[in-house]
Ligand binder design. Structure first.
Ligand code: SF4
Length: 715
């Protein structure tokens, strides 16, 4: 019998590439091209192509594990769930609800993120919930909220990129992090547009650029201010746009005018002629875009840094217009949806604020609880992890591996070990799961149905393609069973569509309104862009396209249904008066600058064959062969000073610890900077070194710049 392929999406990054999955007779799963999904048109990177290997990995967990006499041993589901419920209940009774923490992940589906937030607030009554997406794009989210009144990664579809005139890509190595997206930038260049890449390293993405600027890590804010200074000095401000569509220009202008190009050159290392050329290339076309990623965002001044790039867009009239705008390239598979539906410390579903009385009333009514029973905002991700073992005694963790991915990771590992009780849901025994008292084996992407929201704000349906192995249950099952054991028998369905129906009601009327989206629409339309309220759009439709994201008309959808919103802000921004806000910002140093003792800058990032903490991709032979371990990328001059040759083990030492990895010597990095990827645990774990200095608004740690010294290692 011929088995028809199931159209679905990749489990990894925020591009959420479409793919077809077909179960093979030998129990494996075949990936095939899914050309109807317009974002990747069938193309996949190596991670997506090999994703099924994790489904049948020999290290896949298929039985709950409980700690007994120091070791994790197999247990029944009832035993394991009882242990978790008992551990959480005991902490709550002895220390109060806020002594129980919950930590989620940007890879969880919308249904899971929503249910996890509800579980924390309704069942546990704790305010202490956050997720690893805080480490991913929260500075861009905070800057977007300040400037536009709304945070959606991209306010336009990727398909707009080839038709604009110039793109400045700030701190994104998308040729490695999301390779299929590179075609949009190649098409931009084929159409005569210009690509400017800003990155301290000459990455594979920078190699594609018409102009590459390599600022010192941690100086993107000064760079953006210097560009805005030149925009003003050269008379390139779009005065009519500033007058009509923005507020706060004079203060932002004054701040930028204090950043002379020569001053900015001294801070960033980018020459004045390069600054002038950037301004020319950005301002001459009719349309242009700025896209940021982790480079400018993972800084202790990330919100201001992104704000400075938004100011540049606003001053030149490049926001809220067709084919122009600012966008953030979100990282994790559901980084966007994960922050919209309640697993973030300060949020309720629909991107509502937890401290907004009207939002609390609305969501409490959907949940059938008293609004006053909902706790207030809790700690951000790093602060929550830092409080483990002190204020927070027990932790329930889903879809995250902070022992590898959190900054100052050796300290966080100690905090995790000092917990009274740790329960982890995962598909493999990650480095964090290995420390748990109870580990629950859960289903993976291809074994369950659910929705994600891509970096475009496109809500997508991931369909179940195969049956999960025996012994494995979904995260929704886990939360249902735990709620039941903790005395809440209703309100935690295990059917993802039932959860989504509730999520629709909870999000209705909120900034991220999903109420007009149904599973049926998602299946038929190949995704729907939020906001998509139930019913037809009010007044003029701001979505330019037909509902089908490939340009085709939707099938079987009521004619008066809201079509979703591919493009935001074309008529007005989401602020009370409809105007975007300039935010005056000034350059400041990173939390830790090089000095005599630690004279070199360390920056971190990803490689094409691994994903995040590597919990899944390190289990795939093909990916391990391509990227077997960490390395220290350094310039030949720095290597010569150190006396290190290619492949020599190099110790990188910061105020927080020491990591060792082989030298990779290349002229593609600045001589004052070293780079390490963050996918590995153990001796080469770069997050042992990184600085947890937090942005004051987004509470995002400074992964991208800290001071280190290098040492040779003798064996
Ligand atoms: Fe998956 Fe991202 Fe690779 Fe696409 S680019 S296949 S979504 S990891």
């Amino acid at each position: 019998m011929q088995i028809s392929p199931t159209p679905t999406h990749c489990p990894y990054c925020a591009l959420q590439c479409g793919m077809n999955l077909t179960p093979a007779p030998d129990g494996t799963v075949e990936v095939s091209e899914r050309a109807d999904f317009p974002v990747n048109r069938g193309a996949l990177c190596g991670k997506g192509r090999t994703a099924p290997a994790v489904l049948s990995s020999r290290v896949r967990l298929t039985s709950p594990l409980v700690r007994s006499e120091g070791a994790l041993v197999p247990a029944t589901w009832d035993e394991a769930l009882d242990r978790i419920a008992g551990g959480l209940r005991r902490t709550r009774t002895e220390h109060g609800p806020d002594a129980v923490g919950v930590f989620g992940g940007g890879g969880l589906t919308n249904e899971k993120a929503y249910t996890l937030g509800k579980f924390a607030r309704v069942v546990l009554g704790t305010s202490q919930i956050d997720y690893n997406g805080r480490f991913c794009m929260s500075s861009a989210a905070a800057a977007g909220m300040k400037a536009f009144g709304l945070d959606r990664g991209l306010p336009f579809p990727l398909e707009d990129i080839p038709r604009t005139g110039c793109v400045i890509l700030v701190g994104s190595n998308l040729a490695e992090t999301m390779p299929p997206s590179l075609r949009f930038f190649n098409e931009l260049k084929e159409n005569g547009g210009t690509l400017i890449v800003i990155d301290p390293r000459r990455t594979k993405t920078a190699e594609q650029a018409d102009l590459h600027l390599a600022p010192r890590p941690g100086t993107d804010l000064a760079l953006a201010l210097g560009l805005l200074h030149l925009v003003v000095a050269e008379g390139r401000v779009d005065e009519a746009y500033v007058q009509e569509r923005t507020a706060g220009w004079e203060d932002a202008r004054a701040a930028a005018m204090a950043h002379w190009p020569e001053y900015v050159e001294r801070i960033t290392g980018v020459s004045v002629p390069q600054l002038r050329e950037t301004v020319r290339l950005f301002c001459e076309p009719e349309n242009a875009m700025v896209l940021t990623a982790r480079g400018p965002e993972q800084q202790s001044k990330g919100t201001d840094t992104v704000g400075a790039w938004i100011n540049l867009c606003l001053a030149t009239g490049r926001a809220g217009r067709p084919l122009s705008g600012y966008g953030c390239l979100t990282g994790q598979g559901n980084g966007q949806g994960g922050r919209e539906h309640g697993q973030k410390a300060d949020q309720l579903p629909g991107y509502r604020k937890l401290d907004d009385p009207a939002a609390r009333r609305h969501v409490a009514e959907v949940w059938g609880v008293d609004p006053d029973s909902l706790p207030g905002p809790g700690r951000s991700a790093y602060e929550l992890l830092d409080a483990l073992g002190t204020d927070i005694k027990s932790l329930l963790l889903m879809g995250s591996n902070p022992v590898v991915s959190a900054p100052r990771a050796a300290h966080i590992e100690e905090r995790v070990k000092s917990l009274d009780f740790l329960a982890v849901c995962d598909v493999v025994l990650s480095e964090t799961a290995a420390l748990a008292d109870v580990v629950l084996p859960v289903t993976q992407w291809a074994e369950e149905t659910g929705t994600t929201t891509s970096l475009e704000g496109r809500v997508l349906l991931r369909r179940r393609a195969i049956t999960a192995p025996e012994g494995v249950r979904s995260d929704l099952d886990v939360l249902h069973e735990l709620a039941d054991r903790l005395g809440v028998e209703k309100g935690f369905p295990t059917d993802p569509e039932e959860v989504f129906e509730e999520l629709r009601r909870a999000s209705a009327g909120g900034p991220a309104d999903y109420s007009g989206i149904t599973y049926r629409r998602l299946a038929e339309e190949n995704g729907v862009f939020w906001p998509c309220p139930a019913g037809p759009p009010d007044g003029e439709d701001t979505s330019l396209d037909a509902p089908g994201d490939d340009g085709s008309a939707a099938r079987d959808i009521p004619a008066d249904a809201h079509p979703g919103t591919p493009r935001l802000f074309l008529d007005r921004f989401a602020t009370p008066d409809g105007r975007a806000r300039f935010v005056p910002v000034s350059h400041r140093a990173s939390a830790e600058e090089p000095d005599e003792e630690y004279p070199v800058l360390l920056t971190t990032g990803r490689v094409v064959a691994q994903y995040q903490s590597g919990a899944q991709t390190r289990r795939v032979d093909e990916l391990n062969a391509a990227a077997p371990g960490p390395f220290v990328e350094l310039h030949p001059r720095l290597a010569a000073r150190l006396g290190a040759a290619e492949g020599d083990p190099v110790a990188v030492v910061s105020r927080r610890g020491r990591a060792v990895a082989p030298a990779r010597i290349t002229t593609s990095i600045r001589p004052d900077t070293v780079f390490m990827p963050f996918h590995w645990p153990g001796e080469g774990r770069v997050n042992t070194l990184t600085n947890p200095a937090l942005d004051p608004t987004s509470r995002m740690p400074e992964f991208k710049a800290c001071a280190v010294r290098l040492e040779t290692v003798t064996s």
